[in-house]
Ligand binder design. Structure first.
Ligand code: SAM
Length: 348
């Protein structure tokens, strides 16, 4: 098995059969070796730097009904909110003072924010903070809409594919098309964005074969960023009684992704920090190199409730910034507040 890890380290590639063999035979020794190789790779490309992104969760309205998600349209208990342009700019102002040079605007698929509103938000942030990167994470849109946002100045787009198993995807996303989600990712790449795909770990019914599909899809798409995190049930969703994903499997996936895509920007996610007190640190040790502390106003934090027990919902932006810096340095990494673009990307 170590030979497979060595091959993955050297060639950044394994066949589907090799990946499934490796995942099926994972044990504590192999995990430790895999993580060492992944961290070595991350350090070779980006040094021991961890890039910070300021996350602004600007709407929890959503027209979709993803069965796992706490802000799904069908959750009548969700207390809905929207941030105004001024609210968003206030978050950026606080973030800018704290040193952030990337703002990630994330929200449900909320038609209130039509193309005009989104381009206005992007342009306003870029006018005020021209040296900062803007990342959008607002779901599936048409090619034309993505193009408008890019022309307005958006630099990056996060759209997890969620799972590369079409059947599982369709079970989890009523009335949604797997093909369209995948097409959106290719469209975003073609337009010129730095693109982030990714999946959840531990979804009900997900198998090791599904992970292989996810990994092979990521290798083929070759995104600039990959966001993965454990599935965590939310009490007011149809999956409320399901088991959550684990730190162990998530960190193994992070390490394999680092080795498949050495230059990828890979967050240690809030969901990973939610299922274990040192989950994010474990993610960094496994090869992740990004963290995304929250810049949303504290009065809406609890309302952006995707899953049970989400951490950091009571902390001010400055507290999050300081807490994460302490954690990063204690884990042996150094904080990097620059834009932190993927080393292969330049704007078209
Ligand atoms: N609407 C946008 C989209 O579809 O990409 C972005 C917002 S969506 C809430 C952000 C991410 O949250 C999803 O891509 C999903 O992977 C994650 N998420 C939602 N519910 C979750 C849960 N119960 N456990 C873990 N992650 C979850």
């Amino acid at each position: 098995m170590k030979k497979l890890i060595d091959k993955l380290y050297k060639e950044n590639y394994l066949t589907g059969n090799e990946l499934i063999t490796l995942i099926n035979n994972m044990n504590e020794d192999l995990k430790a070796y895999l993580k060492r190789k992944a961290q070595e790779t991350s350090i070779k490309v980006y040094g021991n730097r961890v890039f910070m992104r300021g996350l602004i969760e600007f709407t929890n309205y959503c027209k979709r009904n993803c069965r796992y998600c706490g802000i799904r349209a069908g959750n009548k208990k969700a207390d809905r909110y929207r941030l105004s342009l001024e609210d968003i700019l206030d978050c950026c102002k606080v973030g800018n003072k704290l040193g952030y040079r990337t703002f990630v605007l994330q929200g449900g698929e909320d038609e209130y924010y039509d193309d005009e509103r989104i381009t206005q938000i992007v342009k306003s942030i870029k006018n005020n903070y021209p040296e900062s990167a803007v990342t959008l994470s607002i779901g599936e849109k048409s090619y034309e809409s993505y193009e408008k946002y890019y022309k307005a100045g958006a630099d990056r787009y996060l759209l997890r594919h969620e799972t590369a198993n079409k059947d599982l995807y369709e079970k989890l996303h009523p009335k949604a098309s797997f093909e369209n989600r995948i097409q959106c990712l290719y469209n975003l790449k073609e337009i010129g964005y730095q693109v982030g795909a990714g999946f959840m770990v531990g979804l009900p019914g997900q198998t090791n074969e599904d992970f292989v599909k996810d990994l092979m899809f990521l290798k083929k798409l070759s995104p600039h960023m990959v966001g993965i995190g454990p599935f965590i049930p939310h009490k007011d969703t149809p999956l409320c009684m399901e088991k959550r994903g684990t730190v162990e499997t998530t960190t193994v996936m992070l390490s394999i992704i680092r080795l498949l895509l050495p230059k990828v920007l890979l967050p240690a996610t809030t969901a990973l920090g939610t299922i274990s007190p040192f989950g994010r640190e474990e993610g960094l040790i496994a090869g992740a190199n990004v963290v995304m502390p929250n810049l949303s106003p504290t009065n809406v934090r609890k309302k952006y409730s995707l899953y049970n027990g989400k951490i950091c919902t009571g902390d001010e932006a400055a507290e999050c910034r300081n807490c994460i810096e302490e954690r990063i340095t204690r884990a042996g990494f150094s904080l990097d507040m620059s834009r932190g673009d993927n080393v292969d990307w330049t704007r078209k």
